[in-house]
Write a protein that binds this ligand. Structure first.
Ligand code: FAD
Length: 444
């Protein structure tokens, strides 16, 4: 049935035939049809990666296939949502090896974007923890792949935005935890210089992320809050927490039922930032033990927060620059505050080394910024692309709705190899998306 669909940024919006399957033979029937398609998870990528005239949703293909509570090896169908996994694994003393800033994504989406979390510098991206997975090609052939088996398919499917085939089953390794709490340290940095210094000082922390206030100039340019965390041990918990050390967080969610004017969300996030920055007695450092939910998923508490950017939607701009390219970071933040097109808040993380053909992470600093869609924005972002490339960086396809093919090409030196593998497994380009058409990833 045709309906209007969009991903998390609500930009672009398109009419699409959304189909789904719950069993392999239903998927085969869908693949028997002539029409082209793109696999679709929970639509949490921001731009046009899972948009096409026909999408095949995995959301009903969501069973747990096995879970070894002794070894932490977990196997599921690809439409399972991370939130559902956490509910099963956390009470048994396990956690996701890597999680993005929302738990409302599917396992298939986690692989196809090769998602990263706040621990990339320690644990790498999601694909580092996969043992093996099944991919159904457009021809209906099922191929099992892993880092040791059909390696080319494995490599091009981790971060490959669904273009090789539809991932149906994933087996991966979980992380052992003693408690469901996080021992958190929050440190205020007066400016960007101080923040970078802090990232280096605390590099041994498993989880780290900073919120940067993009509006400040002068000596407070880049003032920020660095949030560091470790899974808490039993010895870190207070009496009340010790009553149920592996408890799941209480479900407290607010819903944004309709689109707000586009300034509203920025006003809200700035308030939240200022609260954290100035409240709590102006302490330069806070140490506490909190539930994993506010640490990993602070925005999930507001369902549909994306509506806060208004009906025109928004674009998230995420890039990575090599560690030594601090001047590039400064130039980009300066351009943003000068232009006043703001993103008032930016999220900064560190990536460790990663060698893969199409995954986004590579060693450096990654910054993510939100911009509501308005006249002049796309031209402004084209300008930022040039700065990113000049400093040897690249953009994240999972957040993208507008980059030009030459920007992708310059940022990803192995793009030719990726396209060759896509051509091998998806020779007629029956699988393609709005994004892959725009970026010439699949012949159209
Ligand atoms: C609030 C928020 C915070 C986020 N934080 C992070 C973060 O910290 N780190 C990070 O890396 N990402 C982050 N993301 C992005 C998100 O994790 C990815 O875009 C993820 O891929 C979305 O998964 P999904 O299930 O919603 O898939 P969709 O958005 O529907 O699809 C994403 C891509 O995966 C492909 N795909 C989906 N399922 C399959 C399948 N079964 N087989 C083959 N291809 C498939 C689609 O074709 C598409 O190319 C965040 C997103 C939001 C909304």
């Amino acid at each position: 049935m045709k309906k209007q669909i969009a991903n998390w940024g609500n930009y672009p919006v398109m009419e699409s035939d959304e189909e789904s399957f719950a069993f392999p033979d239903q998927l085969n029937q869908l693949l028997d049809e002539e029409a082209d398609f793109i696999p679709r998870g929970n639509g949490r990528c921001y731009g046009d990666a899972s948009l096409a005239q026909r999408t095949i949703s995995t959301l009903k293909y969501d069973k747990i296939l096995s879970f070894d509570t002794a070894t932490g090896i977990f196997e599921c169908q690809s439409g399972l949502i991370l939130d559902q996994i956490l509910e099963v694994i956390v009470p048994r003393g396990w956690f996701l090896p890597v999680t993005p800033g929302t738990k409302f994504i599917t396992v298939g989406g986690a692989v196809a974007s090769d998602v990263h979390g706040k621990n990339h510098h320690v644990d790498g991206s999601f694909s580092n923890h996969i043992l093996d997975m099944d991919i159904v090609l457009a021809s209906k052939k099922v191929i099992t792949c892993s880092p040791q088996m059909n390696e080319d398919l494995f490599e091009a499917s981790c971060g490959g935005m669904g273009l090789t085939g539809l991932i149906t089953r994933v087996k991966f390794r979980l992380k052992k935890i003693e408690t469901s709490f996080i021992k958190q340290k929050q440190i205020k940095a007066r400016n960007l210089e101080e923040l970078i210094q802090l990232f280096q000082t605390y590099h041994q922390y498993t989880y780290s992320v900073a919120w940067i206030d993009c509006l400040k100039k002068g000596e407070h340019f880049g003032r920020s809050i660095l949030m560091l965390g470790e899974h808490a041990r039993l010895s870190d918990l207070d009496k009340q927490q010790l009553r149920d050390p592996l408890q799941l967080p209480k479900k407290k969610q607010i819903n944004l039922p309709f689109n707000l004017p586009s300034w509203a969300l920025n006003a809200f996030t700035v308030k939240a930032f200022n609260y954290l920055f100035y409240a709590k007695n102006f302490k330069p450092e806070i140490n506490n033990v909190i539930s994993y939910e506010p640490f990993f998923y602070p925005l999930d508490a507001i369902l549909h927060w994306n509506r806060g950017y208004g009906k025109n939607g928004f674009v998230q701009y995420q890039f990575v620059l090599p560690l030594e390219a601090k001047p590039g970071l400064i130039e980009i933040l300066n351009r943003i505050s000068d232009k006043g097109l703001g993103s008032f808040l930016a999220v900064l993380k560190v990536f460790g080394k990663q060698e893969s053909i199409i995954s986004f992470p590579k060693e450096g600093y990654t910054l993510a910024l939100d911009f509501s869609v308005r006249p002049g924005l796309l031209e402004f972002l084209d300008g930022l692309d040039q700065v990113v490339l000049r400093y040897g960086g690249r953009l994240y396809m999972s957040k993208d709705a507008r980059m030009k093919p030459e920007v992708l090409q310059s940022g990803y030196p192995d793009l030719g190899k990726f396209k060759d593998i896509v051509r091998k497994y998806n020779p007629e380009a029956k699988i393609h998306s709005l994004q892959s058409d725009r970026l010439f990833l699949t012949p159209n």
